[in-house]
Design a protein around this ligand. Structure first.
Ligand SMILES: NC(=O)c1ccc[n+]([C@@H]2O[C@H](COP(=O)([O-])OP(=O)(O)OC[C@H]3O[C@@H](n4cnc5c(N)ncnc54)[C@H](O)[C@@H]3O)[C@@H](O)[C@H]2O)c1
Length: 318
């Protein structure tokens, strides 16, 4: 799937990952239509793009807006808009159903009607649930998500695959590890930095020591992986994990944050967590994705988990 000189719709383009992807697509000589309702995204995240004659921004809610103007002559849809908050699913199940499944369905229907041939979709490691095989490859099964968010993204994967086979479209589905970097607005790093600014002597950490063990990938590596996956796709529906090769505990993350903030003698106060030490209901305890498939198409993450976390902390502090 070529990603140069095409007209591409990027949903959620004022958000963390999509704003980086849209910048990369513009740098690769594409025309980009961005849609966002600014519920979580920010106009300032599009500041490098808003004056670009190859970029057009449409503010709207994908759940009810008229999609026809956004899809006019579009060849590729990159559907990144979603509600990605895993914790929310334990309190409100409707939001993930509407914002993730219903919005994806609406967009698929409209894309099919407008003759869109190519779809890129970011899914997540959480669709695997608690796996027995680590690092977890793309063909692992059965897929048993333990969060409503994970279930909603898996449902989207299934819908996209079925549309491709029914209506002769192509899709590349990416299962991301935890993505970190500049313009992120909600993750463990923001939580720790906010708490340590309020109290530089002690840090409350959700879960039981040393916390969950997971893999992290920097947003720049994530975007280069998306491009490599699209351009290296061989199947009508191709699935790629995107992550780094190592993993780390929540305690490792806290250590890096404390070090980068230059704070001596911080006391960690573990809450003990829920359901066997998890930070919250639906939090997977161990996650490391096998990335051999994407590496075989010429991609390599430049940063390890620890390097990505350190870089992201420095970016947030700056
Ligand atoms: N950040 C991660 O670690 C991670 C991991 C796996 C998968 N993903 C997926 O990557 C995608 C981007 O995630 P992110 O972390 O950049 O999140 P984000 O919240 O920064 O971006 C999502 C964007 O979508 C917009 N949006 C949400 N609902 C909308 C609607 N109904 N209409 C229009 N716009 C809407 C928001 O305003 C926001 O700008 C999501 O699909 C998410 O599920 C993210």
């Amino acid at each position: 799937m070529k990603l140069t000189e095409r007209k591409i719709l990027v949903t959620g383009c004022a958000g963390f990952i999509a704003s980086h992807l849209a910048e990369e697509l513009l740098a690769r000589n594409n025309r980009v239509i961005g849609v966002d309702d600014l519920s979580a995204g920010k106009r300032e995240f599009m500041s490098t793009m808003l004056g670009n004659e190859n970029f057009e921004f449409i503010e709207g809610d994908l759940l009810n807006m008229d999609l026809a103007p956004a899809l006019k002559d579009v060849e590729v849809v990159c559907h990144l808009a979603a509600n990605p908050d895993v914790r929310l699913g334990a309190k409100n199940t409707r939001i993930h159903f509407e914002q993730n499944i219903a919005v994806t369905y609406r967009l698929l229907e409209a894309s099919k009607d407008h003759g869109v041939k190519d779809i890129l979709f970011p899914s997540t490691s959480t669709i695997y649930g608690e796996t027995e095989v680590i690092p977890t490859p793309e063909d692992y099964g059965p897929l048993v998500p333990i969060s409503v968010y994970g279930a909603s993204k898996l449902a989207c994967e299934a819908l996209i695959a079925s549309y491709c086979h029914t209506f002769d479209q192509n899709a590349v589905i990416y299962r991301f590890a935890n993505v970190v970097g500049t313009r992120s607005t909600h993750n463990v790093l923001h939580d720790f930095i906010r708490k340590l600014r309020e109290d530089p002597q002690s840090l409350e950490i959700l879960g039981a020591e040393p916390g969950t063990t997971k893999s992290y990938v920097h947003v720049k590596d994530c975007v280069s992986g998306m491009v490599a996956g699209a351009e290296g796709a061989r199947e009508q529906v191709e699935i790629f994990n995107i992550g780094s090769r190592d993993w780390m505990t929540v305690k490792d993350i806290a250590d890096i944050v404390v070090e980068e903030m230059g704070l001596p003698n911080v006391e960690y106060r573990w809450t003990g967590g829920v359901k066997g030490g998890r930070g919250w209901v639906g939090d997977v305890k161990k996650m490391l994705l096998a990335v051999d498939k994407l590496e075989s198409r010429g991609w390599q993450p430049r940063l390890s988990s620890k390097e990505a976390i350190r870089r992201a902390v420095q970016e947030i502090l700056a």
